[in-house]
Design a protein around this ligand. Structure first.
Ligand SMILES: Cc1ncc(COP(=O)(O)O)c(C=O)c1O
Length: 436
C-alpha cells in the first residue's frame, strides 16, 4: 500500500521529508541477550585468543554454524577476505592459475584471488540476479576455480555452475559474505561448492565487528584450512598428513562469543526481513515505470536479505540523483554500492605486487555491460536495518513512491544535487566524514 505522498514537494528540492531525521532506523548491529555474560566469561578466563586452536567458543560456534548451513566442517578465521584466499589455497589453486570472479562484487573477492597468487578473470553478471552469469564463463587451459558471489539477496545459478565445474574439473569457492543462513534448492549457502566463505564484518547479517568462517564437507580441504589458519600446524585429525606454510588467521574468543549470539538471533531477524521484503516487492511492482523489483528467484528456499536491491530505470534522471532524492526523504540508500571491480578505484593491483598479472591491464581488457549498468545506472541498495518492521518499510515505500512519481521535477533540477552519491568510493569516506 502506498500513502498519498506523490503530490508533495521532494525533500531534495526543499519539501518536508517522508521520514524526518528524528525518526531513526534501528541501530545496527544488534547484540544478543547473552552476549555480555559470554564476553565476561572470556574476559575472566584469561584465555582470549584463538589458541589452543580451535578454542572453546570458536569451537562451539563453528560446529553450530556448519550444522545450520548443512556443511560437515567449519573453521573460524580473521575476516572474509582471508577466508577466500585460504579456501583457494586449500582447494589446490596454484600461483598463476586463473580464477573466475563476477565483475560486480566487493573488490575483496578479487584481491583475495591475487593474494593466493592466482589471476582473477572477471565475468559479467546476470541481469536478473546481479550474480555471476554462468553462461558467460569461458573456461581456458589455466582456469582452475570459480568464486561465485551470492549477492545481496540472490544466489548464483548453482545448478548450472556445478555442472560446468564437473565438466571441466574446476573447484568452486562460494563467497557467501551476503547470505548468512540462506538456502538454495534446500542446500545451505556455502555448502554447495568445494568450500564456502563468509564475512562477519560490521555491516553483515551476522557480525563480530570483523571475522570470517570457511565451510567445507571435504575432509582433505578441512585439514588444509586448519593448517593454513593455524601457522602451519597439523590439523586435529591429520588423516592426509599434508603441510602447507600457514599464517595466524585465528579468530579471538571475544569474536566467537559474540557470534554464538548472532547465530541465535539470525532466524528471527531473517523472518522479519523476508516479510518486509515481500511488502516492498509488492509495492514496487505496482509503482510505475521508474522502479521495479528484481524478478523472484524460485530456487531460493531460505531467503537471505543483506541489502534489499531494486531497479531504477533511468529516463533523463540519473540513478545517482534518484538515490540522493531518496536519501533526502530520510531513507539511507546506495547506488554505487559496488563498481565493476576491474574499473574500481579500490582495485589497482600492479605487476610489482602481483607478478602473475604482468600481461593484464584490467581497465582496458574488460567490458562487462550488465555490471556497468547495475553499478552506475540501475541498482538501488537499501540496508537491512530498514526492513525490520512494517512502519519502517511503509516509510521506505512512501519515499520511493514519492520520488519515483516526481522524476519530472528531478529532470528539471541541477544534477549536481546528486553530489556525494555520484562520487567514487575511494573519495567518499573522506568526504562523508566531513559532511555527516
Ligand atoms: C562479497 C564480499 N566478499 C568478501 C568480503 C570480504 O569480507 P571482509 O570484509 O570480512 O574481509 C565482503 C565484505 O566486505 C563482501 O561483501
Amino acid at each position: 500500500m502506498v500513502s498519498s505522498t506523490s503530490q508533495q514537494k521532494l525533500a531534495l528540492l526543499g519539501g518536508a521529508p517522508v521520514r524526518p531525521k528524528s525518526k531513526a532506523f534501528p541501530k545496527w548491529p544488534f547484540a544478543g541477550p547473552k552476549d555480555a555474560a559470554r564476553l565476561q566469561t572470556v574476559l575472566e578466563s584469561g584465555n582470549w585468543g584463538g589458541y589452543p586452536f580451535p578454542n572453546r567458543f570458536a569451537s562451539e560456534f563453528q560446529k553450530a554454524f556448519a550444522e545450520y548451513h548443512g556443511a560437515k566442517y567449519a573453521v573460524c578465521v580473521t575476516n572474509g577476505t582471508s577466508a577466500i584466499t585460504i579456501a583457494l589455497k586449500a582447494a589446490g589453486v596454484q600461483p598463476g592459475d586463473e580464477v573466475i570472479v563476477p565483475a560486480y562484487t566487493w573488490d575483496g573477492t578479487a584481491t583475495a584471488v591475487l593474494d593466493a597468487g592466482a589471476v582473477p578473470v572477471f565475468v559479467d553478471v546476470d541481469p536478473d540476479t546481479y550474480c555471476l552469469d554462468v553462461a558467460k564463463i569461458k573456461v581456458g587451459p589455466k582456469t582452475r576455480a570459480v568464486v561465485p558471489v551470492h549477492l545481496a539477496m540472490r544466489f548464483t545459478d548453482m545448478t548450472a555452475l556445478r555442472a560446468l565445474a564437473r565438466q571441466h574439473g574446476l573447484v568452486i569457492i562460494e563467497d557467501c559474505a551476503h547470505v548468512h543462513g540462506g538456502e538454495y534448492l534446500g542446500e545451505g549457502a556455502g555448502s554447495m561448492g568445494d568450500l564456502g566463505t563468509f564475512s562477519f564484518q560490521s555491516s553483515k547479517l551476522m557480525t563480530a565487528g570483523e571475522g570470517g568462517i570457511i565451510l567445507t564437507s571435504r575432509e582433505d580441504c578441512y585439514e588444509l584450512v586448519q593448517t593454513l589458519v593455524n601457522c602451519g600446524r597439523a590439523s586435529e585429525t591429520d588423516v592426509y598428513g599434508k603441510r602447507l606454510a600457514g599464517g595466524n588467521y585465528r579468530m579471538t574468543e571475544f569474536q566467537a562469543a559474540i557470534l554464538i549470539g548472532q547465530l541465535e538471533m539470525l532466524p528471527e531477524l531473517a523472518d522479519k526481513r523476508v516479510a518486509q521484503a515481500a511488502m516492498l516487492d509488492a509495492a514496487l511492482a505496482g509503482m510505475g515505470a521508474a522502479v521495479s523489483p528484481l524478478p523472484p528467484q524460485r530456487e531460493i528456499t531460505r531467503q537471505p536479505i543483506y541489502n534489499y536491491v531494486f531497479r531504477f530505470h533511468e529516463d533523463g534522471v540519473s540513478r545517482d540523483l534518484f538515490c540522493a532524492a531518496l536519501e533526502a526523504e530520510g531513507i539511507p540508500c546506495d547506488g554505487r554500492f559496488y563498481e565493476p571491480v576491474y574499473r574500481s578505484d579500490l582495485f589497482q593491483p600492479t605487476a610489482q605486487e602481483f607478478p602473475q598479472i604482468q600481461h593484464i591491464n584490467y581497465r582496458k581488457d574488460y567490458d562487462c555491460p550488465v555490471s556497468v549498468r547495475a553499478a552506475y545506472h540501475e541498482s538501488v541498495w537499501l540496508p537491512q536495518f530498514e526492513l525490520l518492521n512494517a512502519p519502517d518499510t511503509q516509510d521506505v515505500i512512501d519515499a520511493i513512491h514519492k520520488v519515483s512519481s516526481n522524476v519530472e521535477a528531478l529532470r528539471r533540477c541541477d544534477a549536481s544535487l546528486a553530489g556525494i552519491k555520484a562520487l567514487s568510493r575511494a573519495e567518499r569516506p573522506r568526504i562523508e566524514k566531513k559532511n555527516y
